[in-house]
Design a protein around this ligand. Structure first.
Ligand SMILES: O=C(O)CCC(=O)C(=O)O
Length: 551
């Protein structure tokens, strides 16, 4: 084998050496999945019902992105999806029959079988999961079971977002898809927001097909990295890179999210964010919820949120202790660390070690038989959060460490002193493009001139991508002046509320000291990202009410 195609070499590139998006060409032609077509998958899954997202092709006229909440949804079979794809001739409404998709004119609408966990989709055909072979990238134990599939018609889009956990490998199996990527340093200019709320997704409201530079002036200073994937290409999306995805023609792609050490911290941040979002959105009424809660998401009660937070915190602390890093985040007192919820199962011990790499829902599901949230999450461990946990039990060993550390065993990892640990993805360095083999091409950065050339939008400034700190976000001052809310007081009130719920078994002084440092920051991130004026107003009302109650 060409040594540059050695899975260990590729694994090291992805996990350690590359910090920009790249495309691998010609590495998956031996995957059985490279033969897949929508018709072939339909012949396997014909009667399986799936939830299909349907959107308008003419989203180009929208001033903001076409949110998932703006789409329609139909639950139907892949056979119906395929007949919709392949229809011709008669007017759709004349042939509607029992296919609900036929009411959507393919000239005007796209359909997307998006974000489907393959282990779930192919639960009756587990053999097919072997058709995906991430082992070619050095992820020995990874196949379709840890992958997600996306089958879309021409025009189908995914709104701009970044995933808070891990990094991502995307195999383009059939058709073509266009990816617009942006580095994490450009989050402010992409007007990052946690509204609509979805765990593990930070969204951008920009409509990439027709960016509105009046509403989002900073956007024109972004420097997009753009690539159209052909069948057989594999895209590497580094940690926290933004992506907007557009289906150019009927397409099938499969991706896997790969765990990173930073996930510990992100999981904790996510638990705080979920608690804040739940608090705010649960009082928003149905209208608010349908707009501000992503359709794929649900809210939990505070007891469940609190459990997530505790488990995420314990898991983070355990990780920090095992790696010798000092916790700057919320350190519960000895009492609260050892005080396990009454319903913890004896499996706790087993779960608590590998659970570093688990999504918090899975952590809770594993430890709490009375309230197991059944929902999936899109962390790298997404496969483990779904109901098919018996399959995944084996995966719940720290397999990604095995994966990304060139098959170092879990035991040797946990035994080895911190200094000997391999670098995580977080310590990526930029590799000189010229040393990359020919079959790996960096995704080109088109610079902010792209907006002028393609959309006649003037770039606001020349921006150094690595030092990009674009303007004011909708922070405290803006909120306060526009909405007559004292956010300083507001945020303190909220911190206290979070604090009061958090670690209620813990040492108050200890919690106060550490959480002040942590919550202010998380709260700031959350509040700064809430840019929808209606949401801001709603938050103001909630805060003011709270303030009056506590005055
Ligand atoms: O392919 C798509 O439409 C979106 C994929 C995506 O968001 C991801 O792989 O993280």
């Amino acid at each position: 084998m060409d040594s540059s195609k050695d899975p260990k070499y590729l694994n090291k590139l992805v996990m350690h050496d590359i910090d920009k998006p790249v495309v691998f060409h010609g590495l998956i032609q031996n995957w059985p999945a490279s033969e897949w077509t929508p018709e072939l998958l339909t012949s396997v899954l014909g009667d399986k019902e799936v939830k299909i997202r349907i959107g308008l092709k003419e989203a180009k006229q929208w001033e903001s992105t076409q949110w998932e909440a703006d789409c329609s949804y139909e639950t139907t079979t892949l056979t119906n999806f395929c007949s919709w794809l392949n229809q011709s001739g008669d007017k759709p409404q004349d042939r509607r029959g029992d296919n609900p998709l036929l009411q959507y004119d393919p000239e005007k609408y796209w359909c997307y079988v998006d974000y489907k966990y393959m282990a779930q989709l192919f639960e009756d055909h587990p053999d097919i999961l072997q058709a995906i072979k991430w082992s070619d990238f050095g992820f020995e134990t990874r196949d379709g079971k840890q992958s997600t599939i996306w089958i879309g018609s021409q025009g189908a889009t995914t709104p701009g977002h970044y995933d808070t956990y891990g990094c991502n490998l995307v195999a383009q199996i059939y058709g073509r898809k266009k990816w617009h990527l942006f580095p994490p340093s450009q989050s402010a200019a992409l007007y990052q927001t946690r509204i609509p709320y979805e765990e593990s997704s930070v969204f951008s409201p920009i409509n990439i097909s027709k960016p509105d530079s009046t509403k989002y002036p900073q956007f024109t200073s972004t420097t997009p990295y753009i690539v159209t994937l052909d069948p057989g290409d594999v895209l590497f999306v580094p940690h926290h890179w933004w992506h907007f995805v557009e289906t150019m023609e009927t397409s099938i792609s499969v991706n896997t999210w790969i765990e990173m050490e930073t996930d510990h911290k992100d999981r904790f941040h996510e638990a705080i964010t979920r608690m804040l979002a739940s608090g705010i959105l649960s009082s928003a009424g149905n209208d608010g919820k349908s707009k501000w809660l992503n359709p794929t998401e649900e809210l939990y009660d505070s007891a469940t949120n609190l459990m997530y937070l505790k488990k995420a915190n314990e898991s983070l602390l355990q990780h920090q202790q095992s790696t010798g890093s000092i916790s700057t985040l919320c350190q519960p007192s000895a009492r609260s660390t050892s005080a396990k919820p009454a319903h913890h199962s004896p499996d706790d011990q087993q779960e608590s070690t590998p659970s570093h790499h688990c999504q918090m829902e899975e952590v809770i599901a594993a430890s709490s038989s009375d309230s197991p949230p059944a929902k999936r999450k899109k962390s790298c461990d997404s496969h483990m959060t779904s109901p098919y946990s018996s399959d995944t039990q084996q995966e719940s060993t720290p397999s990604h460490q095995v994966d990304n550390d060139e098959n170092v065993s879990a035991a040797s990892l946990s035994d080895s002193p911190p200094a000997k640990r391999k670098k995580s993805c977080d310590s990526h360095v930029t590799i000189d493009d010229s040393v990359l083999p020919d079959f790996i091409t960096p995704v080109p950065c088109l610079g902010h001139a792209y907006w002028k050339q393609n959309y006649h939008l003037d770039s606001s400034s020349i921006v150094d991508e690595h030092n990009m700190n674009t303007g004011t976000s909708s922070g405290e001052t803006t909120f306060a002046s526009e909405n007559n809310i004292d956010l300083k007081l507001g945020s303190k009130g909220c911190v206290h509320e979070v604090e009061a719920q958090k670690f209620n078994a813990g040492d108050a002084n200890q919690n106060q000291r550490n959480s002040g440092e942590m919550d202010d920051n998380i709260l700031k991130i959350f509040l700064e990202s809430v840019t929808d004026p209606e949401v801001v107003k709603h938050i103001g009302v909630v805060f003011n009410k709270k303030m009056k109650e506590t005055a």
